[in-house]
Design a protein around this ligand. Structure first.
Ligand code: SF4
Ligand code: SF4
Ligand code: SF4
Length: 501
């Protein structure tokens, strides 16, 4: 007799008093959890297949469904949690590496939640953002150290290429392939409407989206999928991906099953073959090598596009950033260990890297100490969840933040963390045509615009409260932050005082 070691994580609770057997849940669940038994005129379900994406819950017309965490428990053991035991059983059965999606869910400190923002009282009065102008525009790129004037005393316009954003937020890299066409279209349209940028990720740029080039960052990753001169010249900036917060030190992998049709054409890789990005760029083993690539890309685009170098937040991130700032790159993007992914080995996602808050503060301080902070702008990413996180990131030294999981949530993602299975019931992390259709880009882009418009209002209110009328004045302004429940070392790295000081 077969022994089933694994009990389902979730139970699908159906209220039969409310269920009208309309079968909507059966049609909506790509995991085939629900089934209609015609003989009994009754719905039944197989809980073991449920990933808790809430699609059926959201679409049930009578609110008859609830997804519950399974009440089945192992004997209590602090060392061997139920999750650890289940993972071990899974590997004993499959012999394979565990895969996960989205960001690190483990119980590490979230430093953003231990930082508090200042507000003016009596002196340095606060500003009312409804009545007075507030500036959230930022420019990303290298800035000159001093102003130069010509013989007539006029300021020389000697700025290297800059990205101009209406607010300090960009959509982070998500490749066509890891997310759907409709998700990409939603991001591209929202970026255009908001005056910000979205990012192709490492999958190339679909021909339909060249029209959004003015609001697109085109990525060059180690696999060089979809990279050609027209691609490089179509974007407003080029990002070299050296690392990603969810999987520092390893490459990328898009299964062959997802390399179909347009995706294969866009990536310039054969249908059905796995797209594997190597862990390193095979032409980069030093800052000098990185410099070669930065200047090759600048040369290919006539020195008109800023170049971003994206790295994962790791132990010696400040030293690495110092090298990048000297490599000719215009912008450094740092991705913290909570950053999302379409697929990553679980152990890497959950145990490698460091929090973005500590990495960002360390990088900003090092570049200032070395007098090279203006050589580059800094983008911080890795689980930015709200406008308050943005304000805190800017005060810790970021010029701008990347958001990805938050953007997908706005599109309908329910963080079921099953993107790697390719059957996203919300039409986001999937290439199955019937599922892709569920995300209407017309609605999706408006939801993204709503989210960021709301965040922009909130940012202005927080700035006004601090008596600051320009986001540039908040950058690296650590006096606007206080820590709560942090030890001396953490406060030292963050460069802030404790609340009450
Ligand atoms: S969607 Fe709701 S009402 Fe319809 S069959 Fe499923 S549980 Fe019943
Ligand atoms: S996987 Fe999603 S749609 Fe399917 S039963 Fe679970 S919550 Fe419902
Ligand atoms: S994108 Fe889809 S599959 Fe991925 S976590 Fe969100 S809902 Fe789940």
């Amino acid at each position: 007799m077969a022994v089933n070691f694994l009990y389902p994580d979730y139970e699908v609770a159906r209220n039969y008093d409310r269920c009208i057997a309309c079968r909507a849940c059966e049609r909506q669940c790509a995991n085939q959890v629900h089934e209609y038994l015609a003989d009994a005129n009754k719905m039944v379900c197989d809980d073991a297949k449920c990933v808790n994406c809430h699609r059926c819950v959201s679409l049930c017309p009578t609110r008859a469904l609830k997804i519950m965490k399974s009440g089945n428990t192992y004997k209590e053991n602090t060392n061997w949690s139920g999750k650890t035991i289940n993972e071990l059983y899974r590997q004993a059965e499959s012999g394979g590496v565990l895969l996960s999606s989205m960001g690190n869910p483990e119980n590490y400190p979230v430093y953003f939640d231990k930082l508090l923002i200042n507000a003016s009282q009596v002196t340095n009065p606060s500003i009312d953002p409804l009545r007075e102008p507030m500036e959230t525009r930022v420019f990303l790129g290298a800035k000159p150290q001093h102003v130069e004037r010509d013989g007539n005393g006029r300021i020389k316009n000697n700025l290297p290429p800059q990205l101009s954003l209406s607010m300090p937020v960009m959509f982070s890299a998500m490749s066509y392939g890891s997310i759907s066409y409709n998700a990409h279209e939603s991001l591209a349209r929202a970026a255009e409407e908001l005056g910000i940028f979205y990012n192709t990720g490492e999958g190339g740029l679909h021909e339909d989206f060249y029209r959004y080039g003015g609001n697109t960052v085109v990525q060059v990753a180690s696999g060089r999928f979809g990279v050609h001169p027209q691609y490089l010249n179509s974007g407003a900036a080029i990002e070299i991906k050296m690392g990603q917060g969810a999987k520092p030190g390893i490459g990328g992998h898009l299964p062959g099953a997802k390399i179909v049709g347009d995706i294969s054409r866009t990536r310039m890789s054969p249908e059905g073959s796995d797209a594997i990005s190597p862990a390193p760029h095979h032409d980069i083993y030093s800052i000098e090598d990185l410099r070669q690539l930065v200047y090759s890309l600048k040369e290919a685009t006539d020195y008109k596009k800023p170049v971003i170098v994206k790295i994962a937040a790791v132990h010696n991130v400040a030293v690495i950033a110092s090298g990048i700032a000297r490599s000719g790159a215009d912008i450094i993007a740092i991705d913290g260990f909570r950053g999302g992914t379409g697929a990553a080995p679980t152990r890497i996602r959950d145990h490698v890297g460091i929090p973005i808050e500590l990495a960002l503060a360390g990088v900003d301080k090092r570049l200032r100490d070395e007098g090279i902070r203006d050589n580059v702008s800094i983008i911080a990413g890795g689980s930015i969840r709200s406008s308050a996180d943005i304000v805190k990131a800017v005060a810790l030294g970021a010029d701008c933040v990347y958001i990805a999981s938050a953007a997908l949530l706005a599109l309908g993602c329910h963080l079921c963390r099953s993107c790697h299975a390719g059957k996203c019931n919300w039409g986001i992390a999937t290439q199955i045509p019937e599922l892709v259709k569920r995300l209407n880009p017309e609605i999706g882009y408006k939801r993204l615009v709503n989210l960021l418009t709301a965040w922009q209002h909130e940012i202005k209110e927080m700035m006004g409260g601090m008596g600051i009328n320009s986001i540039e004045s908040l950058r690296g302004n650590r006096l606007m932050l206080r820590g709560l429940g942090l030890n001396e070392k953490e406060l030292e790295i963050l460069g802030i005082k404790h609340a009450g000081e």
